[in-house]
Design a protein around this ligand. Sequence first.
Ligand code: CO
Length: 136
Amino acid sequence: MAALSIHHIGVAVENLDEAAQLWAALFGAAVEHRDTVEDQGVEAASLRTGSGRVELLAPLGPDTPVGRFLAKRGPGMHHVAFEVADLAAELDRLRRDGVELIDEVPRRGLFGLQVAFVHPEATGGVLAELVMDERR
Ligand code: CO
């Protein structure tokens, strides 16, 4: 198979407004979307950076995946997301190969996109997201 292209980098932050201002000032990355996903306990901002994106993730509370990540590791790189054309097919392929998945089936991610996460145990310590994005 061909290597997948990077869709975005996810970054865990304490304060979404402050982080968005910082990334704009440092790198000229403008916010294109903001979204809250209650069932993931996260508020996010997607920043356009040339052909790619940075996704800033702030927890809605301490007892959420990103809240626990911040408590354990502090702010910083959270995940890398790869764009795929057919998410269900990619998940089938990985499952057939015995890869440990967090999501066995696609779920709704930020900005209404279909996403699924691959367990960091399977990648050498990096949380990986697969995403289908028909916006571009
Ligand atoms: Co993401």
